[in-house]
Design a protein around this ligand. Structure first.
Ligand code: NDP
Length: 498
C-alpha cells in the first residue's frame, strides 16, 4: 500500500540549514574543504538534491587530526575535571532534546526513514546515549594491585587514561545515533575526536556539531569532516596521528580499516554486518512472534545491521508464521518518510536500491519464491516492497549475504540441534532472537548461539547500558555499557617501591 497523506510542513530552521553549502567543523571553526570542493546529498524519497556539503579529503583530515591533537595535549580539555566533562555532555543531551523536531526532520529528509521513528527513536536515543555515558566520566576507576616480588615492598595501582586522538567513521542507516554511540564514550573518558559521517547522510552530524559548540565543548575536541570513504575515510584510518579508529559499516570496508590501521598499529574497534537468525519455535506466542518477526526485518527499511533477515520457523507452524508476516508486509504503508502515515520509507540511495533489487532478483533466479513483495516500487525515490522469500536453500546468496533491505528469507526447521547448527551457519555473529514460551529451551539455545546479542521474545531492544557488538566477522569490541569505555582507554600500571 503506498501512502498518499500530505507530508508534514518542514520547520523554518531546517529550510535555513539546508540552504548554504554546509561546512566542516575543524578546531572549533566551520571551514570549507581545502580543495574548495563540495558534494550533494540527496532526498531518497524524491532523488532530488537536498543540500551541498564540503568534500573533505586527506588534507582536511590532516587539519582535523592536528586540531584534535592540540586539544588533547593542551588547552582546557586535558585539565577539565571529569564532572565538568559530564556536565558538558549532559548539556549536549538537553540541546538534542530541545532540537528534537529539527533533528528528526533533517534525519528523515537525508536518510528517508519515517519521521515517526526519527522523533521517537533516533533523536531521543542520541540524547540518552550522551546522558548515560556522561555518568561514566566520574566513575573511571583503577585498582590497587598486591605485588609479590621479593625483597622489597611495593605500592601498585592502575589508572585509566584516554587513548588519545580517535578517528570515528560512521554509516548512513542511523546517522545521529551512530554519531552519539561513537562520540559519547570517547568524550566521557577524555579523548578528542575526528568524526567522518557517511556521504549519504552528513546533515545531522553537522547540526550536532553546532550543538556541541553551543554546549561549550572546547575547540578541537570534536572535529567533523564530511567527505567520501575512499578519500577522507581512508586518510583517517591510515593517519599516523590517530591513536584509535572506531568504525561501523560493511565487513568489506572493516577489513580495509584493519589494513590501513596497521601503519601505526592504532587500536581498532569494528561494528560490522550481520545475517541474524530469528528463530520461532512451535510453542511461541504467535501474537508477539509474528509482528516481532515483521518488525525485525522491516524496521528502518531493513537497513539495520541486526535485521532479522534469516527467519527460522518450526515446520509445524511454518505456514501460519509466513502468512502472518506476509499479511503484515502487505499492510505496510510505503511512502516518503516525511509523511506521518508512512511505515516503510525509501532506501537510502539509488545504489542501495539497486543492490537490494539485485538480491531479490538473484533469490528468485536461484529458485526462491516471493510470497510478498519482490519488486521496486515504480515512480520517483528509492522505494522497494517489503519482501518475503520462501523455498530458499542455505547456499543461496540471499541466505548467506547481508542484503540490508526489507527482504527476509524464511526457512523451516524440525528440532533444536538442527536449528542451532543452521543459525550458526554464517560468517556473521551480531544478533539473534528466540521466540518460545519454554524457559529452558530459550536459555539452552541462547547459550549455543554464536552472536553478540540474543533477544528472547523480543527484537531490536537496545539500551545504552547493554553491550553491543559482534562475534566472527561482525566485528571487534563492544559498544555501549561500561564495555564501551574499554575501547577508548589505556590501562596504566604504576608501581612504587615503598
Ligand atoms: P560502507 O562500509 O562503505 O560505509 C560505511 C562508512 O565507511 C561510510 O562513512 C563510508 O564513507 C566509509 N568508508 C567507505 N570506504 C572506506 C574506506 N576505504 N576507508 C575508510 N572509510 C570508508 O557501507 P556502504 O555505505 O557502502 O553500504 C554497503 C553495505 O554495507 C550495506 O549494504 C550493508 O550491507 C553494509 N552496511 C552495514 C552497516 C552496519 O551498521 N553494520 C551500515 C552501513 C552499511 P562514505 O559513505 O562517505 O563512502
Amino acid at each position: 500500500m503506498v501512502s498518499t497523506a500530505a507530508p508534514i510542513q518542514i520547520e523554518d530552521s531546517v529550510t535555513e540549514f539546508l540552504k548554504p553549502p554546509r561546512k566542516m567543523l575543524i578546531g572549533g571553526q566551520w571551514v570549507s574543504a581545502a580543495s574548495g570542493k563540495t558534494f550533494d546529498t540527496y532526498n531518497p524519497a524524491t532523488g532530488e538534491v537536498l543540500a551541498r556539503v564540503a568534500a573533505g579529503d586527506h588534507v582536511d583530515i590532516h587539519r582535523a587530526v592536528a586540531a584534535a591533537r592540540k586539544a588533547f595535549e593542551s588547552g582546557p580539555w586535558p585539565d577539565m575535571v571529569p564532572a565538568d566533562r559530564a556536565h558538558l555532555m549532559w548539556k549536549l543531551a538537553d540541546l538534542i532534546d530541545e532540537h528534537c523536531e529539527e533533528l528528526a526532520e533533517l534525519e528523515t529528509l537525508d536518510n528517508g526513514k519515517p519521521i515517526f521513528f526519527s522523533r521517537i527513536v533516533d533523536v531521543p536515543t542520541a540524547a540518552q546515549t550522551f546522558r548515560y555515558m556522561s555518568g561514566w566520566a566520574t566513575k573511571l576507576e583503577g585498582n590497587t594491585i598486591p605485588i609479590s616480588a621479593p625483597g622489597a615492598k611495593y605500592f601498585a595501582y592502575t589508572l585509566r587514561d584516554p587513548v588519545g586522538v580517535v578517528g570515528q567513521i560512521i554509516p548512513w542507516n542511523f546517522p545521529l545515533i551512530m554519531a552519539s554511540w561513537k562520540l559519547a564514550p570517547a568524550l566521557a573518558v577524555g579523548c578528542t575526536v575526528v568524526l567522518k559521517p557517511a556521504e549519504q547522510t552528513p546533515l545531522t552530524a553537522l547540526r550536532l556539531g553546532e550543538l556541541i559548540l553551543e554546549a561549550g565543548f572546547p575547540e578541537g575536541v570534536v572535529n567533523i569532516v564530511t567527505g567520501f570513504g575512499e578519500t577522507a575515510g581512508a586518510a583517517l584510518a591510515a593517519h599516523p596521528g590517530v591513536d584509535k579508529i572506531a568504525f561501523t559499516g560493511s565487513t568489506e570496508v572493516g577489513k580495509l580499516i584493519v589494513t590501513a590501521a596497521a601503519g601505526n598499529l592504532k587500536k581498532v574497534s569494528l561494528e560490522l554486518g550481520g545475517k541474524s537468525p530469528n528463530i520461532v519455535f512451535a510453542d511461541a506466542n504467535m501474537d508477539a512472534a509474528i509482528p516481532g518477526a515483521a518488525n525485525a526485518i522491516f524496521f528502518n527499511q531493513g537497513q539495520l545491521c541486526t535485521a532479522g533477515s534469516r527467519l527460522f520457523v518450526h515446520n509445524s507452524v511454518f505456514d501460519r508464521v509466513v502468512d502472518g508476516v506476509a499479511q503484515a508486509a502487505k499492510k505496510m504503508r510505503i511512502g516518503p518518510g516525511m509523511d506521518p502515515a508512512t511505515h516503510l520509507g525509501p532506501l537510502v540511495s539509488k545504489e542501495q536500491l539497486d543492490r537490494v533489487c539485485g538480491y531479490m532478483d538473484s533469490g528468485v533466479k536461484e529458485g526462491a519464491k516471493a510470497v510478498a513483495g519482490g519488486r521496486k516500487v515504480s515512480g520517483p525515490g528509492y522505494f522497494v516492497e517489503p519482501t518475503i522469500l520462501v523455498d530458499v536453500k542455505p547456499e543461496m546468496k540471499v541466505v548467506r549475504e547481508e542484503i540490508f533491505g526489507p527482504v527476509v528469507t524464511v526457512i523451516p526447521f524440525r528440532d533444536t540441534a538442527e536449528i542451532i547448527a543452521s543459525a550458526n551457519n554464517t560468517n556473521y555473529g551480531l544478533a539473534s532472537a528466540i521466540w518460545t514460551q519454554n524457559f529452558s529451551t530459550a536459555h539452552r539455545v541462547a547459550a549455543k548461539l554464536r552472536a553478540g546479542t540474543v533477544w528472547i521474545n523480543c527484537y531490536n531492544v537496545f539500551d545504552s547500558a547493554l553491550p553491543f557488538g559482534g562475534y566472527k566477522q561482525s566485528g571487534w569490541g563492544r559498544e555501549m555499557g561500561h564495555q564501551a569505555l574499554e575501547l577508548y582507554t589505556e590501562t596504566k600500571a604504576v608501581c612504587a617501591q615503598i
